[in-house]
Design a protein around this ligand. Structure first.
Ligand SMILES: Nc1nc2c(ncn2[C@@H]2O[C@H](COP(=O)(O)OP(=O)(O)OP(=O)(O)O)[C@@H](O)[C@H]2O)c(=O)[nH]1
Ligand SMILES: [Mg+2]
Ligand SMILES: [Zn+2]
Length: 293
């Protein structure tokens, strides 16, 4: 049994309540000591007052990484201490490529590895259309893995080794299905978590961390429809488009925003098709919508 002064890792957080796996492997139900203690999935925390399976979270250890969305009014940290973001899209229902782009930007900003998974490739009628939409992302160095989570998740397996990966994307893309096929006893463990935190709900309502093996973990997350990047500076936004760099070096102005500046080599590259026109359009659209300066 865990002793007072122990630490652990947050497997799921729900307001001030959390499920924490103590460093010696015991699953504890924990409550934040006060409102200043805000733990999210993936956080390492210090615990005290451990009694049975109950504990108090005293503090959150400094994070090595944060994956967060930001609206005008608040920043919401989705998960902490990740190493990789796995963006799930599917042949059906149709997906939003702007959301994919925003998630990739957030991953770049947090210096996390990122890859895209096209799920439900068994739905052959919708495959070509989905694949066409992804061409804007696969041509620039992001791995793009195709699979049917329902039948065989093995194509993704090698990409997860040694990583703590967040499965993220719109509702219905198949994140939980993928998780269940990667983690055989996930269903049992989900029930365990549900009993503690959000009993009776079926869809994914909070991030949940699962161990795949000794050095790989996967976090399932609730579906998202929007992902704000409020407060992003245009410099950082452009920097999150890795394919711009080689061209940006040749812009007339070193602080070029790649909008209406004269002799912008990034814009020229987009016009000539060296940068995918959809990526350039999304860059300008996101810069405009987020008011990036
Ligand atoms: N045909 C087919 N259907 C799939 C596949 N993977 C998932 N689905 C179906 O897609 C639907 C949504 O799957 P979920 O795994 O719940 O999706 P999710 O991304 O976790 O959704 P949220 O939790 O709402 O964010 C379910 O009906 C699955 O059975 C697949 O590979 N092929
Ligand atoms: Mg789900
Ligand atoms: Zn430029």
């Amino acid at each position: 049994m865990a002793l007072s002064g122990d630490g652990g890792t947050v497997e799921a957080a729900f307001g001030r309540e959390a499920l924490v796996r103590s460093h010696d492997g015991v699953l504890l139900r924990a409550s934040a000591r006060n409102r200043r203690v805000q733990a999210v999935c993936g956080d390492r925390v210090m615990l005290s007052a451990i009694q049975g399976d109950q504990a108090v979270i005293d503090s959150v250890e400094p994070r090595r990484s944060e994956f967060a969305r930001a609206s005008e009014h608040r920043v919401k940290v989705i998960a902490a201490n990740l190493t990789q973001v796995v963006i799930l899209v599917a042949c059906e229902p149709s997906f939003d490529d702007e959301l994919v782009c925003r998630l990739l930007i957030a991953a770049e900003r947090s210096r996390l590895a990122a890859l895209v998974v096209l799920n439900k490739v068994d739905l052959v009628d919708r495959y070509e259309e989905a694949r066409g939409k992804l061409a804007a992302f696969s041509g620039i160095g992001y791995s793009c893995v195709e699979l049917s989570a329902k039948f065989d998740a093995s194509p993704l397996r090698p990409h997860l080794t040694g990583q703590r990966s967040l499965l993220v994307g719109q509702s219905g893309m198949g994140k939980s299905t993928l998780l269940k096929s990667l983690v055989p006893d996930a269903e049992v463990r989900t029930r365990e978590i549900s009993r503690h935190l959000d009993a009776g709900r079926h869809s994914t309502t909070a991030c949940r961390l699962y161990a795949l093996d000794n050095d790989s973990e996967v976090v399932d997350s609730p579906g998202i429809a929007e992902f704000g990047l409020s407060g992003i500076r245009v410099r950082d936004l452009a920097g999150a488009f890795p394919e711009f760099a080689v061209h940006a070096a040749r812009c007339k102005f070193h602080d070029c925003r790649h909008q209406s500046e004269p002799a912008c080599a990034v814009r020229a590259a987009a016009e000539q098709g060296q940068i995918h026109p959809r990526r350039f359009a999304l860059y300008r659209r996101i810069a405009h919508l987020e008011g990036a300066t």
